[in-house]
Ligand binder design. Structure first.
Ligand SMILES: [Zn+2]
Length: 215
């Protein structure tokens, strides 16, 4: 019953802006709501194991609503707008290298439950916009980790230890661009980098759509 109600609401709101619900533009995110998403300065917001980590915006307001909708409320169409936002930011830092884009993988059981990995959707759109290549086979999540936001710094690191596995045969020698939705302490990127480095892969930069901190 609830499912059918959601479908019905989805159908009614399909052509309305998910954010303001009032725009005359028949799109999921109208241009006004899109422009309300602010960019952070174009510089690495932290360094993890010597790799640059860029964060495009702050996890608040429309960016927060977008990520929650995409992640938890089946709003797959929103992937395009997050990819657009990330690519606008990325254009300013990119040195026009050929990147291979790696979305943070989620554990297969979780992906099955959620029916999709939202960062894969963002990665697909991002690659379409920036003409880079998506690689979802190089690194897999092999451990069903707890949600990071519930944990303290030390627990975050432990939670992620040995969470990822690299299949080196899927590496094509390009610079890797790891992408995620939210970067808090950077421990997810850090553990992915650990695993990649163990496999001799060092040419890596990271881009998160958002960070909860303005620093
Ligand atoms: Zn709107």
């Amino acid at each position: 019953m609830l499912k059918r109600l959601t479908d019905l609401l989805d159908w009614i709101y399909k052509k309305k802006c998910y954010f303001c619900k009032s725009s005359k533009e028949a799109v999921k995110m109208c241009s006004k709501c899109y422009e309300e998403m602010d960019f952070l300065p174009v510089k690495p917001s932290r360094t993890v194991k010597g790799k640059k980590v860029y964060c495009a915006g702050i996890y608040s307001k429309n960016l927060q609503k977008l990520i929650r909708g995409l992640k938890y409320h089946n709003q797959r169409d929103l992937a395009f707008y997050l990819a657009q936002f990330m690519s606008e930011y990325f254009e300013k830092i990119s040195d026009k290298k050929d990147y291979e884009v790696i979305p943070v993988p989620i554990y297969p059981k979780r992906e099955k439950k959620r029916k999709y990995n939202h960062m894969n959707l963002v990665g697909e759109e991002f690659c379409r916009i920036t003409a880079n290549t998506l690689n979802v086979d190089l690194i897999k999540r092999i451990k069903d980790t707890k949600p990071q936001y519930k944990l303290k710094r030390q627990e975050r690191v432990q939670n992620l230890t040995n969470a990822f596995k690299v299949d080196k045969s899927k590496y094509n020698g390009k610079t890797l661009l790891l992408i995620d939705d939210i970067c808090t302490t950077g421990s997810t990127f850090e553990e992915m980098i650990n695993e990649l480095e163990k496999n001799g892969i060092n040419d890596i930069i990271c881009l998160a759509a958002t960070t909860p901190f303005d620093d």
